[in-house]
Write a protein that binds this ligand. Structure first.
Ligand SMILES: *Cc1c(COP(=O)(O)O)cnc(C)c1O
Length: 228
């Protein structure tokens, strides 16, 4: 790994550029979200000064503290599990939420947004392999759930799907999983054309994700360095 954020950004940007070229995709279709959970405000400011303005946080309290002290044109993405008693912090401080994984959370967030007089971009987190231990909506329920969000929770501007890969899965399993999520996203998109976004791809698999149509990459340590 390179020593500093600037060098790592150059490296990741050129990999993104290459993958886009090979996949025949336009680079501006892809949003890079720097995952800054457990990173200092100094690290965020340094990345921001290099032109990164989308940051991802996993903990509501940490998001609230950072968004109050960092440059105010940063776009904050909440990507962690949502506790229903933290929805007002998320409503107040995030512009995107990637981890809508049950109706209760959609409802609470929608209510909190109503009080803020605000709407945010939302993604449904999918548990594509139907793993017991993981959060997320099962694939066969995703399209119904998406329709429900649109019908009942208008402060969530539904934009698509998010998926968190299993870190220690085999290469073959990862490919199968990725194929399933891509297929599900296509079905969703054919029914709901505004659901254009697919938040897929972290440090370990963002190049494959670009080939598979990812539009949002969530990259943490390989860009910002080791978390404390
Ligand atoms: C931490 C995290 C990431 C980034 O992981 P890295 O391995 O640091 O790139 C991406 N998505 C989610 C949901 C995360 O919690």
């Amino acid at each position: 790994m390179h020593q500093n954020i600037a060098d790592r950004l150059i490296d990741i940007s050129s990999k993104i550029q290459n993958s886009c070229y090979q996949a025949q995709r336009a680079e501006d279709e892809i949003k890079l979200v720097a995952v800054s959970k457990l990173q200092s405000v100094e690290v965020i400011k340094e990345a921001y000064s290099l032109g990164i303005n989308n940051f991802g946080e996993n903990y509501a309290q940490e998001l609230a503290e950072k968004s109050s002290t960092c440059p105010n044109n940063i776009i904050w993405h909440f990507i962690g599990p949502i506790q229903s008693n933290k929805t007002s912090l998320i409503a107040k401080h995030a512009q995107w939420v990637h981890s809508i994984d049950r109706e209760k959370v959609a409802m609470k967030l929608n209510n909190a947004l109503e009080l803020e007089g605000k709407k945010i971009h939302a993604l449904i987190q999918v548990n594509i392999d139907r793993e017991e231990s993981k959060s997320g909506i099962f694939p066969e329920e995703t399209i119904d759930f998406a329709n429900k969000v649109i019908a009942h929770y208008p402060n969530l501007i539904l934009k698509g799907l998010m998926f968190m890969p299993q870190i220690n899965a085999s290469k073959k399993a990862k490919i199968e999983t990725m194929n399933k999520i891509v297929h599900l996203h296509k079905s969703l998109l054919s029914e709901l054309p505004s659901c254009t976004e697919l938040s897929l791809g972290t440090s370990s698999d963002f190049e494959e994700s670009i080939f598979n149509g990812s539009t949002i990459l969530r990259i943490g340590e390989s860009l910002l360095g080791k978390r404390s």
